[in-house]
Design a protein around this ligand. Structure first.
Ligand code: PLP
Length: 451
């Protein structure tokens, strides 16, 4: 495109920078609507945000499911500040620095024996891409190169990069972006209001939905399938708690057919369910675990992919001077992110946060289920310190009702997350019972006014 004379005269750009809302194209946001009535956060401490107009907002969403230890925790802030001064960046390829090894060594202690290796990324989306690539490369390394298919699940969310989008199962996240990866199929989702509405914890009905994987094996043949990826508890699509026995059955079917099982623990990792990981909570051990979010308490972008020893070892053959996996990011194991990760783990340990959710879960469950019976509430779901309230959609305007609840919530001082017509709640793990009451009572007040 040719520049107009006026633009050329303006090079280099000399215009004063106008600090308005226009330049920033916001992610997953209705930009035009937002910019007409912005919601800006300017400060945060522990359980609270402060908005630009000064009003205080209880964080019912741990930011975006990531601030598990609460905001502005001193140990983490200091670790980050010190690390920036001491070693701000070190090249990630063919070079190292001590903190990435330290963080990896600490992280593997949270996994069952046999999951002994960690690959660092910068987000949940990158963790997913990394896991999918490792799955393909591993199958090839062990002589099963015909395993070129990936299986996800309807309503799954695995981030926004091409692999994650492809195995993901949220139509709005897929339909704008071409044909995605080829060779991907999806098992059925587990959401079943007819049988399981208002279940507390894991639903009784639905373990047999795991058998849908057998349908895809029958269709494609196991010899073409590299891996299955699921969120142990689906988060972003609306908090779907796995039916009792479902994950166990999925594990058994994967074992039967030599298919890798990947748990995407980007949300469930780091204490969200009241156990350090969903792996502990459900007692089901996958082959690869993807994480991010709570790894650094949301302070610095970072993700980690945990891999079984035998997968890692399959790459450690051949001449030692050759790179084993042609994959990595400029910021893999970034020193500042590692410092944040180490300080975050220490904070979790010192305060018992990785299991605190289990103590609070019964109170949380009762509080959420007290919303049952309100006219437009069609389901309440919960597990650990996660909850969802599903609303009857406005006819012809899906998402409208939940979105208006979210906006009113922000004005009345509670931050929630909505997806479709579901309100998702996942507060920092430091929440007090009185704050659970405040969150749920404020929400109740809003729900009572809904049209
Ligand atoms: C299960 C799961 N996987 C992947 C992602 C993507 O993470 P990110 O937004 O850090 O790329 C998310 C984000 O919510 C997630 O919930």
């Amino acid at each position: 495109m040719a520049l107009a004379d006026a633009d050329v005269a303006d090079l280099p750009r000399t215009r004063a920078i106008t600090n308005n809302l226009e330049a920033y194209w916001m992610p997953f946001t209705a930009n035009r609507q937002f910019k007409k009535a912005p919601r800006l956060l300017v400060r945060a401490k522990d359980m609270y945000y402060w908005a630009a107009d000064g009003h205080k907002v209880l964080d019912g969403a741990a930011g975006l499911w990531c601030v598990n230890a609460g905001h502005a925790r001193p140990k983490i802030s200091e670790a980050v500040a010190n690390q920036v001064k001491e070693l701000d960046y070190a090249p990630a390829f063919q070079m190292g620095h001590p903190k990435s090894f330290e963080l990896a060594s600490r992280l593997v202690t949270y996994m069952p024996r046999g999951i002994d290796h960690v690959f660092f990324t910068n987000s949940g989306s990158e963790s997913v891409e990394t896991a999918l690539k490792i799955a393909f490369a591993y199958q090839r390394a062990r002589g099963e190169g015909s395993r070129v298919r990936l299986i996800g699940r309807e309503r799954g969310y695995h981030g926004v990069n091409f692999g994650g989008m492809s195995v993901g199962g949220m139509v709005a996240n897929r339909k704008q972006f071409g044909t995605l990866l080829s060779g991907v199929d999806h098992i059925r989702h587990t959401h079943d209001l007819a049988r399981n509405a208002f279940t507390r914890g894991q639903p009784e009905q639905g373990a047999e939905l795991a058998d849908d994987l057998e349908r895809l094996v029958a269709l494609h043949d196991a010899s073409t399938i590299a891996a299955v990826i699921v969120e142990p508890v689906a988060g972003s699509a609306g908090v779907y708690v796995p039916p009792k026995g479902y994950l166990e059955r999925l594990r058994a079917i994967c074992d039967k057919h030599g298919i890798l099982l990947i748990f995407d623990e980007v949300i469930t990792g780091f204490g969200r369910l009241g156990a350090p990981f969903a792996v502990d909570y459900f007692g089901v051990v996958p082959d690869i675990v993807t994480t991010a979010k709570g790894l650094t308490n949301g302070v610095i972008p970072m993700g980690a992919v945990f891999v079984k020893q035998e997968i890692h070892d399959a790459f450690m053959t051949g001449p030692e001077n050759l790179i084993e996996l042609f994959h990595g990011y400029t910021y893999s194991g970034n020193p500042v992110a590692c410092a944040a990760g180490i300080a975050t783990l220490e904070t979790y340990e010192e305060e018992g946060l990785l299991t605190r959710g289990a103590e609070l879960a019964p109170y949380w469950e009762d509080a959420l289920h007290s919303l049952k019976g309100l006219p437009l509430v069609i389901d309440v779901r919960n597990i650990g310190l996660v909850g969802a309230i599903e609303l009857e959609p406005v006819a012809g305007s899906p998402t409208k009702r939940a979105y208006s609840t979210f906006v009113q919530g922000f004005e009345k001082g509670i931050l929630m997350r909505t997806t479709g017509d579901t309100i998702a709640l996942s507060p920092p793990l430091i929440i007090q019972k009185s704050e659970i009451d405040l969150l749920v009572d404020t929400l109740r007040g809003i729900l009572k006014t809904l049209q």
